[in-house]
Design a protein around this ligand. Structure first.
Ligand code: PAF
Length: 300
């Protein structure tokens, strides 16, 4: 049996029906589909997700859609980079079989975006911390578009980066709660050689801000090291991170929090596997990053 019955080359779909038919065709022929949802501006972080999908599934599908409902009116929806030709080229070079790149009208037909869709997915609890309160409606927009994409591309597994750790947790919860038959695979954050987490939004940074932004991962790695060294007091850890960021240059810290890796409950001492998460604005660029501390520290 040929493993790639449907595609001689990479197929690009803008319409829902042929895309769903293509995915189902692969599966009917015994193949499996790994899905990598993106908003485009494909970088090495996305490519690592594509590689993970290729290692696990016979076919890889990528979606490219800048989803308006996850942006607030003051966010960067209009400015968000949309280098479609370069993205398709990156997908092709990475060995992607199928790309779905719909228009806003296809995904939200006739909808007035300010009123969003009639049906929205809201995942409670996990969205009450970290980015949730700072970006009202953001995770509803994410959960809703991801649920829609799962309906259009009924893949076997879907791959998300841990860089958006809260997003990954929200989607895992949504899939559990709604019994969506798709495996969620979290993949490690891909970093630049100097530690900065890869993100399409890094393109907004000036060269001085780009240098300054390395303070985020440095502060997170230092904090993780302190925890591994026995520090349990989160106030002390958070103070250290804030100091590391502030001393690197002008920045607006939205939050630095340490949460339970699974529930995202805020912690005040590190007594279980934890995630140190932060969101910081440098210039007009909002950056998020996080690191995991999986082993509970030994007491000092
Ligand atoms: O992580 C992203 O790029 C987006 O939030 C996603 C999951 C593609 C939904 O628009």
């Amino acid at each position: 049996m040929t493993l790639k019955p449907t595609f001689q080359d990479m197929n690009v779909y803008t319409d829902i029906l042929p895309c769903r038919t293509a995915v189902r065709g692969i599966q009917r022929n015994g193949g499996t589909v790994g899905l990598v949802p993106t908003m485009g501006a494909i970088h090495e972080g996305h490519v690592s997700l594509i590689r993970a999908a290729k290692a696990r599934c016979s076919h890889v599908a990528v979606t490219i859609f800048v989803n308006p409902t996850q942006f607030a009116p003051t966010d960067d929806f209009t400015a968000y980079p949309r280098p479609l030709e370069a993205d398709l080229d990156s997908c092709k070079r990475a060995g992607v079989d199928l790309v779905f790149t719909p228009t806003v009208e296809t995904m939200y037909p006739g909808a007035r975006l300010e009123s969003r869709t009639s049906t929205n997915v809201h995942v409670s609890g996990l969205t009450d911390v970290l980015c949730g309160p700072r970006r009202p409606g953001h995770f509803d927009g994410v959960a809703t578009i991801v649920a829609k994409l799962f309906g259009i591309l009924p893949a076997d597994a879907v791959f998300f980066g841990e860089k958006d750790y809260q997003q990954l947790a929200v989607i895992r919860q949504m899939v559990r709660d709604l019994n969506i038959p798709i495996e969620i695979v979290g993949c490690p954050t891909v970093r630049e050689p100097d530690g900065l987490a890869m993100s399409s939004r890094n393109a907004y940074l000036t060269s001085a801000q780009r240098t300054q932004a390395t303070c985020l991962s440095r502060a997170l790695f230092d904090a993780a090291e302190r925890i591994r060294g026995g520090e349990r007091n989160i106030a002390a850890i958070v103070d250290g991170i804030r100091e590391g960021i502030v001393s690197a240059g002008p920045a607006q810290i939205e939050y630095v929090d340490v949460v339970d890796s699974n529930t995202l409950d805020l912690l005040s001492i590190v007594d279980r596997p934890a995630r140190i998460c932060l969101a910081v604005r440098i210039g007009s660029c909002r950056l998020i990053d996080n690191v995991g501390v999986d082993a509970p520290p030994t007491p000092r």
